[in-house]
Design a binder for this molecule. Structure first.
Ligand SMILES: Cc1ncc(COP(=O)(O)O)c(C=O)c1O
Length: 274
């Protein structure tokens, strides 16, 4: 069963005055829990700390979060953990309280051992992303762009949708980052205006450089996506997710994707086993 801790106590409710609920005033992390441990926890805590710093929310003590993760996971080997930190409760109005008490929620959703997600059929979404450099890169609450985009399709054979910014550049999937191989080089959208700087994106960029691949963060047009030699998505729960087709156009499973998936398996991303 799912387990929830609110400020360290087993509970499934928060006060209705919580600014995370009222304004989406907070951030979260979604973490793969494998073989009894939260995978890449340091990277998740680093992004959480960066988010807290940029939003001026006091970061909960890391030791506390680690202990609460262990408590929520109990003796499960596999699952998904979620951390939410909000600015806490406040009076009506946008103005942040002068001395807010941040609220933390730690949740655990048990699952079976990781299985690999097969190559994905994806589509291009109509819903565009909101631009805001102050929030770009962070995993903030209030993800309505993504909710609207994900509501565009119900076909269970479509696994993910790609999203564009208002200028038409491809930035991410509804729940993933995107990588393409173009002219023999690995590229991924730069995220200075919108998008989430994914933990798996960071891991993949690091592994690619270790393998001697050239990687650049750049702007990607729809044409770049259409003409890509390889296309894959990443997130913390799936690792590297090859794209089999986009709006019906097929993509081959190429050498960059295969080599990176092997590299991820070697560092514990079992979902990338062929
Ligand atoms: C919009 C969006 N971008 C990127 C990601 C990937 O981030 P991570 O690798 O940290 O899971 C997610 C994850 O859910 C997401 O929702």
């Amino acid at each position: 069963v799912d387990t929830w801790l609110v400020d360290g106590q087993f509970a499934e409710t928060i006060p209705i005055t919580d600014r995370g609920f009222v304004y989406g005033d907070g951030i979260f992390e979604t973490i793969a829990f494998r073989r009894g441990k939260p995978r890449f926890l340091e990277l998740h805590l680093e992004r959480l700390a960066e988010g807290c710093a940029r939003l001026a929310i006091r970061m909960p003590a890391e030791q506390r979060l680690r202990a609460e993760l262990r408590m929520a996971a109990a003796d499960h080997a596999h699952g998904t953990a979620k951390l939410i930190v909000t600015r806490g409760s406040g009076p009506r109005g946008y103005a942040p309280p002068t001395a807010p008490e941040p609220r933390r929620v730690v949740a655990f959703f048990p699952s079976d051992a990781a299985t690999s997600a097969g190559p994905a059929a994806v589509r291009i979404c109509r819903t565009v992303l909101s631009i805001n450099p102050a929030l770009a890169g962070l995993k903030t609450l209030g993800r309505l762009d993504h909710v609207l985009a994900r509501a565009e399709w119900r076909d269970p054979d479509i696994a993910e949708g790609l999203m564009r910014d208002p200028a038409g550049r491809v930035v991410c999937g509804t729940m993933s980052n995107v990588f393409a191989v173009r002219h023999g080089r690995l590229v991924t959208p730069e995220l200075s205006g919108c998008g989430i700087r994914g933990v798996m994106r960071r891991v993949v960029i690091g592994q690619a450089r270790q393998l001697g691949m050239e990687v650049s963060e750049t702007q990607l047009s729809l044409q770049d996506i259409r003409q890509a030699e390889e296309l894959f998505l990443t997130n913390a729960l799936i690792g590297i997710w090859p794209v089999a087709s986009c709006d019906g156009q097929p993509y081959a499973l190429g050498p960059f994707t295969t080599a990176l998936r092997e590299a991820l398996v070697a560092i514990g991303v079992d979902e990338c086993r062929p």
